[in-house]
Design a protein around this ligand. Structure first.
Ligand code: HEC
Length: 153
C-alpha cells in the first residue's frame, strides 16, 4: 500500500474532526452590525428560542409578583418551571448552532432558577430571594449584551 493511501484518509479525518470542533465552539455565528455576535438561525429555530425568552420574562414577572405577595410558594413554582428540567425540549439543530460560550451562560441561568426555587422552599426572606433574582437578571443582561439572533432562510 502506498503511503498516501494511509495519509489521505487520516488527513481527511483530522480535517473533519477539526471542523466539527470549530463548529462546536463557534456555533453558527457571524459578527453583528451592532458589535455583538449574531447566531444565524432558521425561522422556526429563532421563533422557538425567542418564545423561550418571552417565557423567561413571564417567569421573572411571576417571581416578582410572588415576592410582592410574600408567597415563597409562588416564587418557587415559577422558578422551578424554568429550571434545568425545562432545557430538555430544545431542538438539537438549534443546540448545534449555539456557540459553546452561549451555552455556558444559559446553563447557570437554568441552574440558578432551581437554586432560587430551593431557597424559596426553605423559607429564605424576600430580600434574599430578590437578591438571587437580581443575579439571575445579571445573567440575562450579560448574554443580551454579547449575542443576538438573525434569520437565514
Ligand atoms: C445565553 C444567552 C441568553 C440568556 C442567558 C438570556 N437571553 Fe434573552 N435573548 C437572548 C438573545 C440572543 C436574544 C435575541 C436578542 C436580539 O436578537 O437582539 C434574546 C431575546 C430576549 C427577549 C426578546 C424576545 C422576543 O420575542 O423578541 C426577551 C424578552 C428575553 N430575551 C428575555 C430574557 C430574560 C428575562 C432572561 C433571563 C431570565 C434572558 N432573556 C436570558 C439570549 C439570552
Amino acid at each position: 500500500m502506498k503511503k498516501w493511501m494511509v495519509a489521505a484518509p487520516v488527513a481527511l479525518w483530522v480535517v473533519t474532526v477539526a471542523a466539527a470542533g470549530y463548529v462546536f465552539v463557534r456555533g453558527h455565528t457571524i459578527p453583528a452590525t451592532d458589535g455583538r455576535t449574531t447566531v444565524l438561525l432558521q425561522p422556526g429555530e429563532r421563533d422557538f428560542v425567542l418564545s423561550e425568552m418571552r417565557l423567561l420574562l413571564g417567569v421573572v414577572k411571576d417571581i416578582t409578583g410572588g415576592l410582592a405577595e410574600g408567597s415563597n410558594a409562588k416564587v418557587a413554582a415559577a422558578a422551578r418551571s424554568v429550571g434545568m428540567a425545562a432545557t430538555h425540549d430544545a431542538p438539537s439543530s438549534l443546540l448545534a448552532k449555539l456557540p459553546l460560550d452561549f451555552k455556558r451562560m444559559a446553563m447557570p441561568l437554568h441552574g440558578g432558577f432551581d437554586d432560587l426555587a430551593a431557597a424559596a422552599e426553605r423559607g429564605e426572606t424576600p430580600a434574599a430571594l430578590a437578591g438571587r433574582l437580581g443575579e439571575q437578571l445579571g445573567r440575562c443582561n450579560q448574554c443580551h449584551s454579547a449575542y443576538r439572533f438573525d434569520q437565514v432562510q
